[in-house]
Design a protein around this ligand. Structure first.
Ligand SMILES: [Cu+2]
Length: 347
């Protein structure tokens, strides 16, 4: 039997291992379609959680000795082809699935498969392993595919101008007892009790919490998750939920422009302070406009932002979840869960 590749990822090592894993999406539109090549490795290992506990994960990773949770965001534009090669380093069978694109490929233990990805419409999709659904998706075998319009189209799906910044927020919830059962091939417990809630695999320990602002562990210190933008720099955030819990995504500072849920464009764009995100593979997209927050005092203007910067302060507003379970997280992790900050930057 093949030797298992087993990784122990500490919070410091994690920083390197998630370098391209999540968050900020950079994309320069092209007039010509392209063929892109990418390789993932299905690996397993332990990741230290915000409270110091090691939890077992599997991930679509960027090398044989890394563990990426979630997998790197795959980015393409309509007309492109991605040839994705996946090597399964584990002694269990896995798969690669994107429901909306009709992709479902089995990858037996120790084998390598190449999958061709093409998309005819812009959108946000989850890729995941559907073996023993939802088990392998929950233990980390998931990531996002972002499809942009072809390079000549400067509008987003709702007919608005392309935003200045693009981010992916991948949510997950983690019941360590389930992870352990899946690791050993045992039946999962009857009850699912998530103890950890993550955003792009990271925690939301706020500044001041013991050990916080570690960029390998805390989303607020991660520039691919916490959002930094100037006034007026409209930012699209594509939320995906690999976990089972439904969420209520709440932003401070500005109302959000609700673009879509589960791939369905909304006919009318509502301004909302809370938007639902379905569990079990749900998606939701919104624009955070980075307008001056109404009624804020001091007012948020380029001059108050410059003054704050000179004094070493910043204007940041939180995104957190308005669902009870993510706040209590099994009773022990209040507000260390899936939250991050939106920073208004000075020019
Ligand atoms: Cu709040």
């Amino acid at each position: 039997m093949k030797r298992r590749t087993f990784l122990k990822i500490s919070s410091t090592a994690l920083l390197g291992s998630v370098a391209n894993a999540s968050g900020l999406v950079r994309w320069i539109p092209r007039a010509e379609a392209a063929t892109l090549n990418k390789t993932f490795y299905i690996n397993e290992g332990y990741i230290e959680q915000a409270d110091g506990v090691d939890v077992y994960f599997r991930g679509f990773s960027n090398s044989s000795n890394s563990l990426n949770i979630p997998g790197e965001v795959l980015v393409m534009q309509v007309g492109d082809t991605i040839n994705l090669t996946i090597r399964n380093n584990l002694n269990t069978q896995h798969s690669f699935v994107i429901d909306e694109l009709g992709i479902n490929t089995n990858i037996p233990s120790g084998s390598t498969k190449t999958i061709t990805i093409r998309a005819s419409n812009p959108g946000t999709h989850m890729y995941y392993d559907a073996v023993d659904l939802p088990d392998n998706r929950l233990v980390g075998l998931h990531g996002a595919l972002v499809v942009f319009p072809n390079g000549e189209d400067t509008t987003i799906e709702s007919g608005r101008d392309m935003p200045k910044h693009e981010f992916v927020w991948m949510f997950n919830d983690i019941d360590p007892a389930w992870h352990t059962a899946i690791q050993y091939g045992n039946n999962t417990p009857n009850k699912y009790i998530p103890r950890y809630f993550t955003l792009n695999g990271l925690y939301g320990r706020p500044p001041g919490a013991q050990g916080s602002m570690n960029s390998g562990l805390d989303s607020m210190a991660d520039k691919r998750t916490a959002i930094h933008a100037h006034l007026g720099e409209r930012t699209r955030i594509r939320c995906l939920n690999a976990g089972l819990a439904q969420h209520a995504v709440h932003c401070h500072g500005n109302h959000m422009e609700w673009l879509s849920s589960n791939g369905q464009q909304r006919e009318h764009i509502w301004l909302k302070d809370i938007i639902p995100l379905d569990g079990n593979g749900g998606t939701m997209e919104f624009i955070f406009p980075f307008d001056p927050p109404p009624d804020a005092w001091p007012e948020v203007t380029n001059s108050t932002l410059a003054k704050a910067k000179a004094e070493g302060r910043h204007f940041a507003y939180p995104m957190h979840l308005h669902d009870e379970m993510t706040q209590t997280a099994g009773g022990g992790l209040y507000m260390f869960g899936a939250l991050t900050d939106l920073y208004f930057e000075s020019n």
